[in-house]
Design a protein around this ligand. Structure first.
Ligand code: KG4
Ligand code: ZN
Length: 354
């Protein structure tokens, strides 16, 4: 039995988890900073770092308590070392180094994107190799072919905005707040006649593009008199039912366009790669229409973690660490046998997967 304590602080969630043998999540404590950042309309890096500093100690303690474990039960410490916000990552990496040094435990630096993929191993039947994974988050939209543990081949990626970023920007245009994904999904449920928005197919490539869609949504909002939203122009028209109905129709049209492209391009990539399965990962994978449409459209089995494991959490970091211990892949191991290496672990804000 291998128990790994993992820490995740790459963006605006302070999280710690204890996972046994890479798939049995005994605890997964997530302290979200959404309320703190919402008033600014997005994540403020300096504020995120300070919040992580305040929260990391209690969150780690809570993760051990919830797992019913003590320091002596741990076999390794894993931590997200990138990609993410430099100052935010530094808090987690230094906390993990401290614990590893104090307890004489190996330290594993984990690629955050690899963590998202490994959420598919937690408390569920993992996808069979080779599979195609769509990693759709606030910072990334990647289509990756995974042939084995730690073996990634990049099939396609966004050429401009990430899909989660597009959700966040569309929500901002419509005056819906932050984070955009969940609120667009909720708002779209009230649509009676979704507006049609364009899709960028980039035929012949597995790449994505979402910036044109964002601009089209802005122009549509302007034409419909929805932009700038009341909160920005200060005319206090928040409770206008006509406005609410139109906002819902733009939100629904926007979501349909994103989901359409993500589903069709993921299915096409899986077919051309001869994949045995499709996996979803990253915050946007929490999107209900995306989950339903992909499952309905694919001819190979579709694996999707529950929504709480799609958005940022530490359990996925522990899973990635377990399956890549010592193989020198994107996530790197060091330990009592290599203290210099462990203490030299640095943050890599721009790290990629392949
Ligand atoms: O993976 P994640 O938690 O953090 C990053 O690594 O970026 O992803 C956050 C992103 C945000 O852009 C958020 O709007 C989006 O995931 N998201 C969603 C949903 N829940 C979160 N997008 C669409 N539908 C959702 N239900
Ligand atoms: Zn993430």
């Amino acid at each position: 039995m291998t128990a790994i304590l993992a820490i995740e602080t790459s963006c605006d969630e302070t999280s710690a988890a204890v996972v046994v043998d890479g798939c049995d999540a005994r605890s997964n404590v997530i302290s979200s900073q959404i309320d703190v950042h919402a008033r600014y309309g997005g994540v403020v890096p300096e504020v995120a770092s300070r919040e992580h500093v305040l929260r990391i100690g209690p969150v780690v303690g809570e993760a051990l308590d919830a797992a019913g474990m003590g320091w002596a039960d741990l076999d390794a410490v894993a931590v997200t070392s990138g990609p993410g916000l430099a100052g935010a990552l530094l808090v987690g990496v230094n906390a993990a180094k401290g614990i590893a040094a104090a307890r004489g435990l190996p330290l594993v630096g984990v690629n955050h994107l690899e963590g998202h993929v490994y959420a598919n191993w937690l408390n569920a039947e993992p996808p069979p190799f080779p599979f195609v994974c769509l990693i759709a988050s606030g910072g990334h939209t990647d289509l990756v072919l995974m042939r084995g543990h730690g073996a990634y081949e990049m099939l396609g990626r966004t050429r401009d905005d990430a899909s989660g970023e597009a959700f966040d920007k569309a929500a901002r245009i419509l005056g819906l707040g932050y984070p955009g994904g969940p609120v667009i999904q909720r708002t779209a449920e009230g649509a009676d006649a979704p507006h049609k928005l364009p899709r960028a197919w980039l035929r012949g490539s597995h790449d994505f593009s979402f910036s044109g869609l964002k601009t089209a949504a802005l122009h549509m909002a302007q034409d419909l008199g929805l932009y700038p939203p009341p909160a920005l122009n200060g005319d206090g028209a928040e409770d206008d039912p006509g406005r609410e109905a139109e906002v819902a129709n733009v939100a629904a049209g926007f979501q349909e366009a994103v989901v359409d492209v993500l589903v069709e391009k993921t299915v096409a990539a899986a077919e051309s790669a001869g994949a045995a399965a499709i996996a979803l990962a990253g915050g946007v994978a929490a999107n209900k229409p995306l989950r339903e449409r992909l499952a309905a459209r694919s001819t190979v089995p579709v694996h999707i973690p529950p929504p709480v494991l799609c958005t940022d959490n530490a359990a996925m970091i522990a899973a990635a660490a377990f399956f890549n211990l010592g193989d020198g892949g994107p996530s790197r191991r060091s330990g009592p046998d290599g203290w210099e290496r462990a203490m030299a672990l640095d943050v890599s804000p721009g790290l990629s997967l392949a």
